[in-house]
Design a protein around this ligand. Structure first.
Ligand code: PMP
Length: 333
């Protein structure tokens, strides 16, 4: 392994798992947060980015100086850009219009070439980030489309790193894992590992209203009438990604975008912790479904926070938190 490679591998992963007093008190159970914003690119997506890049280099799919190409809501793109640059490669990232200003700035600072696309509706829509990324890689020499939606290294990264970390950090006592679902890589990799350790562990996904994965998980068919879903960056799909393993997941709950925004601000006001958009969706799901979730006092519930609120200031945290929230009942930090 080269020196640069060792450096990168050393700083990605091994993120903290913290007990959250505020949420534990509020929902009468033990709630822990897996804080992925401690990764170098400040998101969980550094993990699959590293696995996909190392796999492509090991299989000699790309030569130094070439472009790693990806379709991304920003976080995977940033991980790829940082790692590619460090290892002597370049990055071309196709992002959707809904990507936050902050993520675009971070991508540019990381040296990525970026193209903003109209939407991200999957490989068959020629305006989509995925279609454009695939077409670019197919028509340019020395490029490699990492293709997080279908690359087996996406699930593998979470199976090999995120999940064993959580298992060790909870000394095997985890009872629930709750995470937002985008490509499905996180929940599939972590869920698969946890269920191999103890099949009774509940693995729950969160997606925005209108996304199709909860329907697919339940009926193994696509809904006939879906056209759009609420915009919560990083989560929600209108196709079933190859990196979505239904066997690893027990249930997917849907949340409302407005409630998620409200929860982000409420949580920030009360705890001083600025969560990412999809992390706020995970907290919002507790508010909406806690009576269905039936937590016990002794449960150990792990919430997955893939990134940090600082990259959503323009979307979530503009203005004063104190002006916006008067009725919070989160009690401590
Ligand atoms: N939240 C955020 C902020 C993300 O960037 C992503 C990745 N798209 C997810 C959640 C979903 O993770 P996954 O792709 O592993 O399902």
């Amino acid at each position: 392994m080269k020196k640069d490679d060792i450096l990168i591998s050393k700083f990605i992963g091994n993120t903290p798992l913290r007990y959250c007093d505020a949420l534990s008190t509020r929902y009468h159970t033990n709630i822990f947060i897996k804080e992925e914003f401690h990764n170098p690119g400040m998101s969980a997506k550094d993990r699959p980015a590293l696995f996909m890049i190392k796999d492509a280099i090991a299989k000699k799919k790309i030569k130094p100086g070439g472009f790693f190409v990806e379709a991304s809501s920003g976080n995977t793109g940033l991980g790829i850009s940082l790692i590619a640059k460090k290892l002597g490669y370049r990055a071309k990232i196709f992002v959707s219009q809904s990507c936050s200003e902050e993520k675009i700035e971070l991508l540019l600072k990381a040296g990525a070439e970026i193209e903003i696309c109209e939407n991200s509706n999957g490989l068959h829509d020629f305006n989509s980030t995925q279609f454009r990324a695939q077409s670019f890689a197919a028509t340019h020499p020395n490029t490699y489309f990492t293709n997080q939606y279908y690359n087996t290294q996406n699930i593998r990264a979470h199976y090999k790193t995120t999940a064993p970390e959580i298992w060790e950090q909870t000394a095997g006592t985890i009872t629930h894992f709750i995470a937002g679902v985008g490509t499905g890589g996180t929940i599939s990799g972590v869920g698969r590992f946890l269920k191999e350790q103890r099949s009774g562990i509940k693995v729950w996904g969160i997606e925005p209203n209108g996304s199709i994965l909860s329907h697919f998980l339940r009926y193994r068919t696509l809904p006939t009438n879906t056209v759009s879903f609420d915009s919560i960056e990083g989560i929600g799909r209108n196709f079933v990604p190859g990196s979505f393993d239904a066997a690893a997941i027990d249930h997917i709950f849907q949340v409302n975008c407005q409630e998620t925004r409200h929860m982000a601000m409420e949580y920030y006001t009360q705890t001083g912790i600025m969560t990412g958009f999809s992390s706020a969706a995970v907290i919002a799901s507790l508010d909406s479904y806690v009576s269905k979730m039936c937590f016990k006092l002794t449960d150990k519930v792990v919430l997955f926070f893939p990134d940090h609120g600082s990259r959503y200031i323009s979307k979530l945290y503009k203005g004063s938190a104190h002006q916006s929230i008067a009725s919070s009942n989160i009690t401590s930090s």
